[in-house]
Design a protein around this ligand. Structure first.
Ligand code: ADP
Ligand code: MG
Length: 582
């Protein structure tokens, strides 16, 4: 008996849709790209309920004719390539002809569009891939596409969408990538009637600042290089602004955002020794290359591309950034970019006190100690193991010895049958971790009021993270107000230092964002971040009282042998072991 059937079109389209449209943000990306390909100069992105209810893109591009509007929903229908040869010379964002058919298969779509030279336009309504209405309409030049109730007919997918905060973060990220790649296009983003971004036509630098806030202005260093295979331009962030949060790492190739681990590595290498490990330098780099020398066909969402000469491009990126960092180190206040919007006021320059440039240096970082650096790099998400307290064998009343410090980093204590060596920073981390876990549980973190409220500038992604963590931050002792791109802090946990606060918050946000999708166990992550930020260093001389207090507090911990990052706090040396040395 024959058992093979050809799937009906609407089913095969739904399956194909799964590849192209994973979440509202994927539809946003495809629709924005179509507007760009339509040659528009203005795009409005209107979102309701993080895209679950509505994603609307309005552009002033070329528009579509009545028969093209109908055709655009057919799979592999595209106006952008004609034959296989064209695949090797792609200059448009789209070319696979899959997005519109995929979107229409899983949503209710309304299009209103008009060709520039026509009097009237076309209105079309499509649900789940079927056209329900097609009529003449009076509309402006360009195209407006509404995508409503995404995945309404694929409940399994709709139910698996994340919280509105998470979905909106993904949408904002897609918007940001396209906005960065196209500063020559006016772009706006509205969410639930609130305008989140208003980006006028500008140059690349201003676009970055409009997206990430004014504070970026001082920290951007220009990079540029022209070679026979590639043209490189853009900006890198100064070393001291490197963050623990990944996120401001952007590569664009011929105006298309790409993810490329190998090239990413070239940037990190260029910053080697200037920033501590686990910090990520921000970069906004445009690469222009002959389209014949790249293959953008290897991934359905076209985020990943292949270069013919990757090694040479790696070397160019690394060398160009290194050179710019060199110039920056010698003359940090000079910015040779030609943009005049942020030029220094030369008339007042003589009266200005110039600040010496500062560079954040990890004092514990030894570039020659690869083993140690690799250890430091390992992710710290291991669960606590071996929760038996190691101090069981200490009989405190018998133990008349006092702990003392060696090498400004270890605490040594003699016990009945040997010695214990305690790693001071890890011990302190454990103590703080348990303290903050408790504060978060009982919502009783001690707070200290700041004399003057401290304003910390955050980008939109960070603001939404802070919103997610509001409850936890308050439990710890933070009191703050969120403004458009600012967090105004009026009180902070009693143990924090004011000059440290930005770093502490960055660490918390970094940890929280590490698992953007996993919204569990934020408490542990935050407690860990605070412990990491506030624990004493590995080279701090401690007073006798401090040694005693650290030792006694460690004894009180539920788990005293493993620090929150999963590393050992204590090593035992039994007398038997010591004998072996003699
Ligand atoms: P692709 O972009 O790969 O060609 P899509 O499925 O994204 O495929 O779009 C199909 C076609 O619909 C495009 O080739 C284009 O002709 C038309 N189209 C889609 N969106 C727009 C728009 N905003 N303005 C003008 N034409 C559009
Ligand atoms: Mg497209």
């Amino acid at each position: 008996m024959d058992i093979i059937k050809i799937l009906p079109k609407h089913v095969s389209n739904q399956i194909a849709a799964g590849e192209v449209i994973q979440r509202p943000a994927s539809a946003v990306k495809e629709m924005l790209e179509n507007s760009l390909d339509a040659g528009c100069t203005e795009i409005k992105l209107i979102i309701k309920n993080a895209g679950k209810k509505l994603i609307q893109v309005v552009d002033n591009g070329c528009g579509m004719s009545k028969s093209d509007v109908k055709k655009c929903f057919i799979r592999h229908a595209t106006s952008k390539i004609e034959n296989a040869q064209d695949l090797f010379n792609i200059t448009t964002m789209g070319f696979r002809g899959e997005a519109m058919s995929s979107i229409a298969a899983i949503a209710q779509v309304e299009i209103n569009t008009k060709l520039t030279n026509q009097e009237t336009g076309t209105y079309l309504r499509n649900e789940g891939g079927k056209i329900y209405e097609l009529k003449e309409s009076s509309t402006t030049n360009g195209t407006s596409i509404k995508v409503k109730n995404i995945f309404y007919n694929v409940p399994a997918r709709r139910n698996f969408l994340k919280s509105e905060n998470v979905e909106m973060r993904h949408i904002t990220e897609e918007f940001t990538k396209i906005a960065l790649a196209n500063p020559n296009i006016k772009m706006q983003l509205f969410h639930d009637s609130k305008e989140l971004f208003h980006l006028p036509i500008s140059n690349f630098k201003k676009r970055i600042i409009n997206l990430f806030g004014n504070k970026k202005n001082e920290s951007l260093v220009p990079v540029s290089e022209e070679t026979s295979i590639i043209e490189l331009s853009g900006f890198i962030g100064k070393p001291e602004t490197a963050k623990k949060t990944r996120g401001e790492q952007y590569f664009f190739v011929n105006g298309r955002y790409i993810k490329h681990h190998y090239l990413q590595h070239a940037v990190v290498k260029a910053f080697e020794d200037l920033i501590p490990s686990k910090y990520y330098p921000s970069h906004f780099i445009n690469l222009k290359i002959n389209p014949k020398l790249i293959d953008i066909n290897i991934h359905p969402t076209k985020h990943e591309i292949k270069f013919e000469d990757e090694k040479a491009i790696y070397a160019i990126i690394r060398a160009t950034i290194k050179r710019s960092l060199g110039i920056f180190n010698i003359a940090p206040s000079l910015d040779f970019s030609k943009e005049n919007a942020f030029e220094l006021d030369f008339k007042n320059i003589e009266n200005t006190n110039f600040k010496q440039p500062t560079i954040k240096i990890d004092k514990n970082y030894n570039p020659f100690d690869h083993k140690k650096n690799n250890d430091q790099n390992k992710t710290q998400n291991k669960l606590d193991v071996n929760t038996n307290p190691l101090f069981d064998d200490i009989n405190l009343s018998e133990n008349l010895n006092v702990p003392f410090q060696i090498g400004n980093q270890f605490i040594v204590i003699a016990i009945k049958d040997g010695i214990k060596i305690i790693h001071q920073r890890r011990a302190h981390k454990r103590i703080l971790f348990e303290y903050y876990t408790n504060s978060l549980k009982h919502k009783n973190g001690k707070s200290q009021k700041l004399l003057f409220p401290k304003s910390i500038e955050l980008n939109l992604k960070e603001i939404s993270l802070v919103e997610n963590l509001k409850k936890e931050l308050k439990s710890l002792g933070f009191i703050f107000k969120l403004k458009k791109q600012n967090m105004e802090i009026s009180a902070m946990p009693a143990e924090c230092r004011e000059d440290n606060i930005q770093e502490i918050l960055e660490e918390i946000l970094h940890q929280a964002q590490n698992d953007i999708e996993i919204e569990i166990n934020q408490t542990q992550k935050i407690a860990k971040s605070l412990a990491n930020s506030l624990a004493i260093s590995n080279s701090k001389q401690l007073k006798i009282e401090e040694i005693n207090s650290l030792y006694n507090e460690l004894l009180k911990c539920k788990v005293s042998n493993i620090c929150p990052s999963g590393k050992s706090i204590i090593k035992n040396f039994k007398i038997e072991d010591l004998k072996k040395y003699f």
